[in-house]
Design a binder for this molecule. Structure first.
Ligand SMILES: NC(=O)N[C@@H](CC(=O)O)C(=O)O
Ligand SMILES: [Zn+2]
Ligand SMILES: [Zn+2]
Length: 451
């Protein structure tokens, strides 16, 4: 059931206009005035073609928290946001700390077909921070895990962190740290500062994040290993990472879309949609994060898509869960926070949301340049559009978005994964159609391997 698509007149990230011919899961040709009989034509005039977005930090919640999200619904949300690959965090139930669980998540992703799902393995058994999980077994499994994280919790024991950094060197892995000194954040509810005092909420000091990052970059240097810092949220963290990179330490860092756009002032209404870990910070922090992304100190944008059921958010601030959904809105929020003001161009966006996260996560076999022969993984984005963000824009289970009723620029018009649309005309393609195409793609790949 091979289908051919002709993407007509798209604007590439570097500003050139081109037609893309999609055939057999690949970009067969890139050129001008292409015409192919029988091809389905997608009019891409005025649309930017970006390589398929890659999210290094997604919570898909399955197994165990299917009332919040499943691999299927989370990857639908990914497709809606222009993503073609997601790295699934390990804080599920059971925790993704064995080869069995990561292989289960991998299989669920393959079956759903909306995006490539690469499971992240836990660093410690049960995220308990006491014993290292079977990192090698997860690395050698069918899921080929390369990213390990206890995200949601910090690997706070320096000896365990050192061991983990040492261990993953054998298979070119990376430890993605949730940098939060637990003793400095007991009961913490929002950024520590004048506002937390006014609102009577326990503060979360910047130093709780910065001290762990400082320790970890030094540990990474000491053992000669690779560290990735999750959701950097303070100006001081940007300074520490800038210092570490200047020193030649192998560290990479991510910032979330919400930390690039939103500030702690939103907490004033006690609306738990704005409750997130790490917390929203000050305007100065937002400015420093933007500058860090622009100068390369921060390597990537990752969503930290964290869906929660309505009951977990529709309650008083202290009782509410931490986290925001972010896949569907990520590109628009990056557009609003760093593209509209000229800090990043579209080729930078392609780097921070596609090629750089793919490299950090060792996502192989996915071309992230839109050129002949590359896998057909891309998204078509309308930069002229503007919309009041609404629940209809959310394609996963979570409705805990901080952007509802905000006006955001841009819109994902189409997403192609493995050569087929997962989103077309702004509408997510139905699950059974996507799953059937995923099966035929897998069959064709297997056939090709057998020769
Ligand atoms: N970011 C959040 O506020 N919540 C995440 C955990 C995490 O990313 O630390 C979650 O799993 O809900
Ligand atoms: Zn985290
Ligand atoms: Zn997270």
């Amino acid at each position: 059931m091979n289908e051919t698509y002709l993407i007509a007149g798209a604007t590439l990230a570097d500003g050139r206009t081109a037609d893309l011919l999609v055939d057999g899961g690949r970009i067969a040709e890139v050129g001008a005035g292409l015409s192919v009989p029988g091809a389905t034509v997608v009019d891409a005039a005025g649309l930017i073609a970006l390589p398929g977005l890659v999210d290094l930090h997604t919570h898909l919640r399955e197994p165990g928290f299917e009332q919040s999200e499943t691999v299927l619904t989370g990857t639908r949300a990914a497709a809606a946001g222009g993503f073609t690959s997601v790295f699934a965090m390990a804080n599920t139930s059971p925790v993704a700390d064995t080869a069995g669980v990561v292989e289960q998540v991998l299989s669920l992703g393959d079956a759903a077909g909306y995006a490539t799902v690469r499971p992240i393995g836990a660093v410690t058994v049960g995220l308990e921070g006491e014993r290292l999980a079977e990192l090698g077994a997860m690395a050698d499994s069918r899921a080929r895990v390369r990213v390990f994280s206890d995200d949601g919790k910090c690997v706070s024991d320096p000896l365990l962190m050192r061991r983990a950094l040492e261990y993953v060197k054998a298979f070119d892995g990376v430890i993605a740290q949730h940098a939060q000194e637990p003793r400095l954040t007991i009961g913490a509810q929002m950024n520590e500062g004048a506002l937390s005092g006014e609102l009577g909420l326990t503060g979360w000091p910047a130093v709780a994040e910065e001290s762990i990052i400082a320790r970890d970059v030094l540990l990474a240097e000491h053992v000669g290993s690779r560290l990735h810092v999750c959701h950097v949220s303070t100006a001081g963290s940007v300074d520490v990472i800038r210092w570490a990179k200047a020193r030649g330490i192998d560290v990479t860092a991510e910032v979330t879309p919400h930390h690039l756009l939103l500030t702690e002032d939103l907490v004033q209404g006690y609306d738990a949609r704005y409750k997130v870990n790490p917390p929203l910070r000050r305007r100065e922090d937002v400015e420093a994060l933007r500058a860090g992304l622009a100068d390369g100190t921060i390597d990537i944008v990752a969503t930290d898509h964290a869906p929660h059921p309505v009951e977990s958010k529709d309650c008083e601030w202290d009782a509410a869960a931490f986290g925001m959904v972010g896949l569907e809105s990520a590109l628009s929020v990056v557009h609003a926070s760093v593209v509209e003001n000229g800090m990043l161009g579209w080729s930078d966006v392609a780097r921070v949301l596609s090629s750089a996260p793919a490299r950090i996560g060792r996502l192989s076999g996915h071309g992230h340049a839109l050129e002949a022969g590359a896998p057909a993984e891309f998204t078509l984005y309308d930069p002229q559009a503007s919309r009041e963000f609404a629940t209809a824009d959310l394609a996963g289970k979570g409705v805990n978005s901080p952007y509802l009723s905000m006006t955001l620029p841009g819109r994902v018009v189409a997403t192609f994964h493995h050569g087929y649309p997962t989103v077309l005309d702004g509408v997510v393609v139905e699950a059974d159609v996507v799953a059937a195409r995923a099966r035929s793609f897998a069959g064709a790949e297997e056939g090709a391997l057998r020769g």
